[in-house]
Design a protein. Structure first.
Length: 247
């Protein structure tokens, strides 16, 4: 089944945690450029646009050859949601281009994703007829079974249940658990526009009712929110470049 897909790269200029992270140089390129080039390599996307409020970021998008949708201040502050920015980009692009069936949301602060992950998510959406697909990674050693509450006096209690660590002390004995890794979100046009009947209001209403996942390995996706994340991404991008040059 063919699904006409718009890829929207989301890149705000502001960031409290790591200022300027989306335009920060990483392994020779601005962080946002890694995502733009990734989206442009996809065999399943029909158009790539950059949604931003920043002049420097917009210039990077234009240099990469993608369309740029400028956000209003309302869509660029700390309270703005990613789905609101994506809806705005979709509506702006559809004014001049044919209607899209699906929208892929890609965060600009994710310079590392598995090659083909975006295509896999779009393929899953097309094959299953679901409302949305999101990438998930194993939680690893931060498993919810090992989550605790440390009180003011230092006393330790289970975050959930009555038994500390659920009685499990070996990582390999933990049941499977996954967490959204920021790699990719793909949703149908109807889901993004909140047109799916029976979906409760809320921050994730744009995922629709039938939500599916594609899996990545732990560490496949690097989401930059802190200085440590940036250091790890820089090291992994440089290591990948060395492997590719040696091949």
């Amino acid at each position: 089944m063919s699904v006409r897909t718009l890829a929207v790269v989301l890149a705000r200029a502001g960031s409290k945690g790591l200022p300027g992270k989306n335009e920060r140089p990483l392994a020779g390129k601005p962080c946002v450029q890694w995502t733009l080039e990734y989206a442009m390599r996809s065999r399943r996307t029909d158009r790539v646009v950059l949604s931003t409020d920043g002049d420097t970021l917009a210039a990077i998008g234009e240099r990469c050859g993608v369309g740029v949708v400028r956000r209003s201040d309302e869509l660029a502050d700390d309270s703005a949601t990613v789905d609101a920015a994506a809806r705005h980009a979709l509506c702006e692009i559809e004014r001049e281009h044919a209607r899209f069936d699906a929208v892929a949301l890609l965060y600009a602060n994710v310079p590392l994703r598995p090659e083909g992950l975006l295509d896999e998510a779009i393929d899953t959406l097309a094959r299953t007829g679901c409302d949305s697909v999101q990438s998930y990674a194993p939680v690893g050693k931060h498993h919810p079974y090992w989550t605790t509450v440390v009180g003011e006096g230092g006393d330790v209690a289970p975050w959930q249940g009555d038994v500390l660590n659920h009685g499990i002390h070996r990582r390999q004995d933990l049941p499977p658990a996954h967490i959204p890794d920021g790699g990719v979100i793909v949703c149908t046009r109807e889901a993004l526009l909140l047109e799916i009947a029976g979906v409760a209001d809320g921050a994730h209403a744009f995922f629709g009712r039938d939500r599916r996942g594609v899996l990545t390995n732990e560490g496949d996706v690097i989401d930059i929110d802190t200085e440590i994340d940036a250091v790890v991404a820089q090291a992994m991008l440089c290591a990948r470049a060395e492997r590719e040059s040696a091949a």
